[in-house]
Unconditional design. Sequence first.
Length: 667
Amino acid sequence: MSKKNRFPYEYLPSNLIKSLQPLLDLFRDFRSKNNLIRVASVIFRKNINEPDYLFFPLSAQYWKKVIGSHYYLYVSNLLNNKIIESSDVTYISDSGIDPVVKGFKIKDSLMNEMLIKQNYYGFSKSSESIDKEYDGYRKLSIIGFDPYAITIIKKKALGWIDLNITDVMKKYMDLDFASGISDSKPYKIRILNDKDEYHSTYLPIESAMKMALNQKKTLIYFKNKFIIANQEQFERLTLKRLNHHYKWQIRAYFPDNLTFHRHDDTLRVYNHLTSLPSSLLQFVRINGDYILQADLKCSQFTILGNLFNYYINHSGKELIALFKKKPTITFVTRMVEIMDKYHNQFPFKGFDKAYPQEDIYNSNTMYAFLEDTLLHDFYLMLQSNLNLKERKYAKNIAFQTLFSKVKPESDYAKKLRDIYPTVMNIINDFKETHGYEKFSVGLQNVESEIFIDHIWKRVRDSGINSFTRHDSLLFPIRQRNIVESIINDVFKHFDFVQKFEYEEFNEKEVWRKIIDETDYLDTVVEEVDDEWLYTLDNKMPESNEDEVNDEEVEQDYDEYIFDQILNLIDQPDSEFKLPSTKRDDYYGYINSETIGCLADLDGIEQEIIDSLEYDYSHMNLDNSDQHFQDKTNEFITYLIERKDDFLFEDDDENEDENTNDPDPEFE
């Protein structure tokens, strides 16, 4: 939107906001109004982001922390007014003890896809900020970052979701994964019941497969989780939730609402883009450019290998001195204490970071770990060493090793001790001494300090808009040379071996533009795979402003827009009607169907679409102070000024007769 909001706000479904409004009107004080908005927003956010639950579990302790001891006043009001629903639910914990707590969800009929803005009444923390604080995050002020430089091509993304969400689900779902695991250790198994709710238990994979067979269900591996479910039921629920979640991720992104929070324990930075599914990154632009991702391959194992390598080549004291953040210093200090105990099992010399190379004569198992983590794809090496069918099994085992308790020890962990005895002894010693969860968190500390406090900071200092996703950095594709140089300098500073991969998300789209807009086909002999090049539906290719006359571009744009408008007018029973008179504000002089149709036009700027969608949603709300956003008014004026050249029917008669929302009696 064109005007920056004074107060914090939430983006919520329009049906939810409409149902909230009468309840908000009953409360006189702003604090109560804000708490109602916050409670509804928290539940909505949990419903969207946590697909394991039909009713998301939220304990009394949680509500007291984020709202206060009087929280039930607001929860009960929302329940009594049938805005939210509640049920007892089993909380799926990682401890093996699953308590029953009260779960909540927004009423299904209020969870429509149209998101609109609900302002808080006065200065108040948003539900996301309070939720982050509860989970141990602090709001982070970012210097050298312009959120308005980052945009998402929303309409194109939403269309892609409609066409591809089933394929996304199938990509995450593996029905044969369990058959490749031979392990006596119990795994967490989620079980989907007939009420569309999950509960969990711990079983060896073989026992889980037998349970699924006895219940005439399927053992499914989905996004790193084992689930026993009726496959049709699981796919139906998952498809619905994935579709809702993906669309919410797109619709809820607005630059003026982009905030950063840093976790006190892991030091990781989170924002709306951090959790954006990877398949949607193809629709993100920075400064109008496609984006490129610099990703640290097998990141936490690469970090671990570098810690060992630096310790070997320098000293524990120098390793500790590399870091400035307290959690990182604590972790590295503890690691050095453990490594000192096994010092005599280390190789005499590690890798020279500038010229790392294998040594076929070196039989030291620690040196083998350095080779596998710093020179190769660690998961592929693990796949080979453990004789696994696929790389994905090796990745799963590697993460089980990092994140799990020392005991009970999995069969694969025992095999890893045979391959990397010194490394596994150090890992297990650390977990037993300081707690199993502290090891993986400590590696995240090292990773985060390198990425956030060195790489990302220097990239921003260079004037490059970018954002992080834990072990990766995303930036404009044209800035690769500068970013790559910064990454190399940072790893040189740490004397670490760097293993970065650079990933594009728009290769097909770029090639299509090359074919459409250049003489590429005339200059190559090789045949071009048309099916590969033309998979994207690009009805209106972007013009190169350096080569095309601006007036021609504007004329083409108008023709394209008004061709669509003529099609709308020609539809049977169409109520599409543009005003004939220019005004400062068109609210009351144009009907809601016309605004909705304008928002669906192909080829208009995303900022205009956002404005039209916002105003379309608000036209159905009772609000005496209603008006259109600036971008909406500007776009309608633009169309009125140019319509005579493209529309040949008489639009002047009975302008107000087709205006349904509301009556234009105040002219």
